[in-house]
Design a protein around this ligand. Structure first.
Ligand code: SF4
Length: 451
């Protein structure tokens, strides 16, 4: 019996898919890479973007047609808005919230006898159910980089975002479990570990003193790093600027395994737009965090997320975002042109910035980013870096990887055994968003590498 799983959306869904796979394989199903070979097909959906929802509808229409000649069971989980859920119940054999995953084998084995919703344990509240979900051991998609969910849901209610409605309120995973998962991965030689959550640095706040803080969690992970010879880098995404504090940055500065890379979403460089976005922080508050990063982590790279053309964004407000870009000198920014997201508060507001203006703003900001990034990258020429080799590069005969700061570097080598290993690289040329280097040492004994 085979299964095929289609995962849409963000890293959180991709992390969840590792647990879904483990449950299916625990039931004896084998993963296949072609939909046509599968007996069970599932989607981890993303209701946040209309494009992803359109894809769900087109896929299920195709699969339901195939049911006429094949024995096929379909399911859907992930980020689903209540309005979409009603439609999906009519189209899929099973619809369940990710926190109900531990009950999935029961649903699947009894499929056709009992409706899935009837099997949900009504004695458990959603917060208790997510704790059961986290106990499911994931089937990691990679042998050297892993994502660890530390928190689920969001209390922030940004006006452009539907996540609080699809994933519910913030719930922190018990720190004991997180630390065990980190220890297990480090013992297996994992090199890159990313702590995942909608607001990772709000970690523990929902437990009101009953759980350690995010800074304390990082401290405990830092100590795991100190107790082993294995080199690994720990990242986290995404923190919320409102809950960012100096203590978190001080902890990162103390421990070698906590990576010198900060991804701090700004979304807009204008205070009035930030208020309209309901971001709950000002540019001044954001600046304090960036100043602390520059002071305590001078080597750190800085990434961000930006939305251009949000409802009512004026030219002057956009120019304030450009000014913020200049001031904060990002290495990378994920820039999105605003589009209404079903379920979000701003869905009913006018999407009144013309599409051509949005495109112009997107291009201007991308140019600003490219100029800043190129300038930064040029200063790295002839410097040596430790690189985690991740894959073959598009350029034939080259491999690609990233530095601790997640700067992409490619180098000439066709030794595929290096994928998943640390190597030492000397930067030989710099481009806008990438670097090229020469292999200095491909020694796989990582404790010989300087970090
Ligand atoms: S912080 Fe804002 S953007 Fe991030 S998940 Fe929560 S509501 Fe969405």
């Amino acid at each position: 019996m085979k299964y095929y799983l289609l995962t849409l959306g963000c890293q959180m869904n991709h992390s969840d898919s590792e647990r879904v796979k483990r449950v299916l394989e625990g039931m004896g199903y084998q993963e296949c890479d072609k939909e046509k070979d599968a007996n069970v097909i599932g989607i981890l959906a993303c209701s946040v973007r209309q494009k992803a929802i359109d894809k769900v509808y087109s896929k299920i229409a195709e699969w339901n047609k195939r049911k006429q000649s094949h024995n096929l069971i379909t399911f859907i989980s992930g980020c689903i808005l209540p309005t979409d859920k009603e439609q999906f119940l009519k189209l899929f054999d099973m619809v369940f919230a990710m926190r109900e995953l531990p009950q999935f084998p029961q649903m699947l084995s009894q499929y056709g006898i009992t409706t899935p919703s009837g099997l949900v344990n009504e004695n458990l509240n959603p917060k208790e159910e997510i704790n059961f979900f986290w106990k499911v051991k994931p089937k990691y998609n990679s042998s050297f980089e892993a994502f660890i969910p530390i928190q689920n849901g969001c209390d922030k209610f940004c006006s452009f975002c539907a996540v609080p409605y699809t994933r519910g309120r913030e719930v922190s995973r018990p720190s004991k479990e997180i630390l065990e998962e980190v220890k297990g991965l480090v013992a297996k030689g994992y090199k890159s570990i990313t702590l995942l959550g909608q607001n990772v640095n709000s970690y523990g706040l929902d437990k009101k003193g009953g759980e350690i803080s995010f800074a304390q969690l990082l401290e405990a992970i830092g100590q795991i790093g100190e107790s082993t010879k294995n080199l690994f880098w720990v990242y986290f995404t995404s923190p919320h600027p409102r809950d960012m504090n100096r203590e978190v940055i001080e902890v990162i500065a103390r421990y070698k395994c906590l990576a010198n890379q900060i991804h701090l979403p700004l979304q807009s460089g204008d205070d009035k737009v930030l208020i309209k976005m309901n971001r709950k922080h000002s540019l001044k508050k954001y600046r304090e965090s960036v100043d602390a990063v520059r002071e305590l982590l001078p080597e750190a790279t800085l990434f961000t997320d930006i939305i251009v053309g949000f409802s009512g964004e004026s030219e002057e407000q956009f120019q304030n975002t450009r000014k913020a870009f200049k001031e904060f000198q990002y290495n990378m920014a994920y820039i999105a042109m605003y589009s209404k997201r079903p379920g979000a508060a701003a869905y009913s507001w006018d999407d009144d910035v013309d599409a051509t203006i949005k495109k112009q703003r997107f291009e201007l900001l991308t140019e600003d980013l490219a100029a800043g990034s190129l300038n930064y990258n040029k200063q790295l020429l002839n410097s040596e870096f430790t690189l985690l080799v991740r894959d073959s590069d598009r350029k034939k005969g080259y491999l690609t990887g990233h530095t601790e700061g997640k700067l992409i570097v490619r180098f000439q080598s066709d030794d595929l055994n290096l994928i998943g290993e640390f190597v030492k690289i000397k930067i030989s040329s710099a481009a806008k968003f990438s670097l090229e280097g020469e292999l200095v040492a491909a020694d796989k004994f990582q404790d010989k590498l300087e970090v």
